[in-house]
Write a protein that binds this ligand. Structure first.
Ligand code: NAD
Length: 380
């Protein structure tokens, strides 16, 4: 057996831990920090809380609060110019995956220079980056523990995946209290993103016993908390959902992903559809397509999704559980996202060359991808 398992960042997990951001940065030798956030983080008072921790630790700081969902190359270039003007020596990102990914991209540009598109792919970042602390406020992307950033190329309408050495940050602070008031629609989309990471990592061609243990535990945690969290904001469920999302990130950082992500990226790049929604709509039909290619893992996957492993037709039960969960938490149907059917061939071509297509357990063709798009569109 040969495999690699890598976790780029230290993980600090627990309610209230985000208040330690300033002190921990100071211990890393920081003097002037760039705080990366968006207007929502400012209006919720989260940015202010982190800023106060800088003041308490005696750190100088600058704030970039203009991040938008599905961050673009133009955004990260403007942010990097701002960071360079302020001569920061470290970064803190507080927010969803878009903010964490923006901070990672700024960090690459500050230390490696040039255009962000030059780093698309794996191990293209060659120089060490600055200390980066990442504080997620969604339980979804796992970006706080991955050596990956996703930035949209506005000329090519493509989500560029930049991965490998020096892309990840130094420290992830997962404070579930920051997700307590996450609106139901964002909770649902980001939670399904996390579940997709865990499932795709589990059945990936690059999975290992170590990624499997993280992936299975993540599936169990997310499956048992996602509906509950949507209903009543239960604290324990919020904590489990965040732990599940972070463990899913640890799993896919090494095992990589599959066709759900291959199809979701062009969808977000062309129509600016939220990443979690794009994943959630494709997950059931991709899993149906993949049936037969992960038989040795089907029992454990079904059990982690709360299904009795002795039931007949287990693969179909798994697909149905994913459909039922999506409907229960209000994920829209593909048909309702207004994606033109005439674009399916183009979307399939683009999905075919996505990096995640390589690690999917079944080798897909463009015709297979068109079929998945059509069957997802036809869902009742
Ligand atoms: P997001 O960061 O785009 O945030 C979505 C919305 O939720 C934003 O408007 C944001 O302000 C709001 N929000 C965030 N936290 C909130 C809170 N606590 N309360 C209220 N509103 C809040 O969404 P996301 O799903 O976390 O991130 C998606 C991005 O991450 C995509 O660009 C995707 O490609 C990328 N991604 C990266 C990785 C990685 O490993 N780097 C993995 C998966 C996805």
């Amino acid at each position: 057996m040969n495999f690699i398992f890598d976790i780029p960042s230290t993980l600090l997990f627990g309610e209230g831990e985000s208040r330690n951001a300033g002190r921990l940065l100071k211990e890393m030798g920081a003097r002037k920090v760039l705080l990366v956030c968006d207007q929502v983080m400012s209006s919720l008072g989260f940015a202010e809380r982190i800023r106060n921790s800088f003041v308490e630790a005696g750190l100088d700081y600058a704030i970039f609060s203009e991040v938008t969902p599905n961050p673009t190359d133009t955004l990260v270039h403007a942010a990097a110019v701002f960071a360079a003007e302020h001569q920061v020596d470290s970064l803190v990102a507080i927010g969803g995956g878009s903010i964490i990914d923006t901070a990672k991209a700024i960090n690459i540009l500050l230390t490696n220079g040039g255009e962000i598109a030059a780093y698309e792919g794996v191990h293209k970042v060659t120089k060490p980056t600055l200390p980066l602390v990442m504080i997620p406020t969604t339980a979804g992307t796992g970006s706080e523990v991955t050596a990956v950033t996703v930035v949209t190329d506005t000329k090519r309408h493509k989500k560029m995946v930049i991965a490998g050495r020096f892309v990840g940050g130094a420290l992830a602070i997962c404070d579930p209290l920051l997700t307590a008031d996450l609106p139901p629609a964002i909770t649902a989309a980001t939670g399904m993103d996390a579940l997709t990471h865990a499932i795709e990592a589990y059945i990936s061609k690059l999975a290992s016993p170590v990624s499997d243990s993280h992936a299975l535990k993540a599936i169990d945690l997310i499956n048992t908390s996602l509906e509950e969290v949507g209903c009543n904001g239960n604290k324990k469920a919020r904590s489990n959902l965040m732990l599940g999302s972070t463990m899913a990130g640890m799993a896919f950082n090494s095992a990589m992903l599959g066709l759900v992500h291959s199809l979701a990226h062009p969808l977000s790049a062309h129509y600016n559809i939220a990443h979690g929604v794009a994943n959630a709509v494709f997950l059931p039909q991709v899993m149906r397509y993949n049936l037969g290619s992960f038989d040795h893992k089907l029992d454990d996957l079904a059990e982690a999704l709360g299904i009795d492993r002795h039931q007949p037709d287990l693969g179909e039960q798994v697909v149905r559980r994913l459909e039922t969960l999506s409907r229960a938490i209000g994920i829209p149907k593909f048909k309702d996202l207004n994606v033109p059917v005439a674009d399916f061939a183009m979307l399939a071509e683009e999905a075919m060359v996505e990096i995640s297509t390589m690690s999917n357990p079944k080798q897909a063709t463009v015709a297979d991808l068109v079929h998945i798009l059509e069957s997802t569109y036809a869902e009742a």
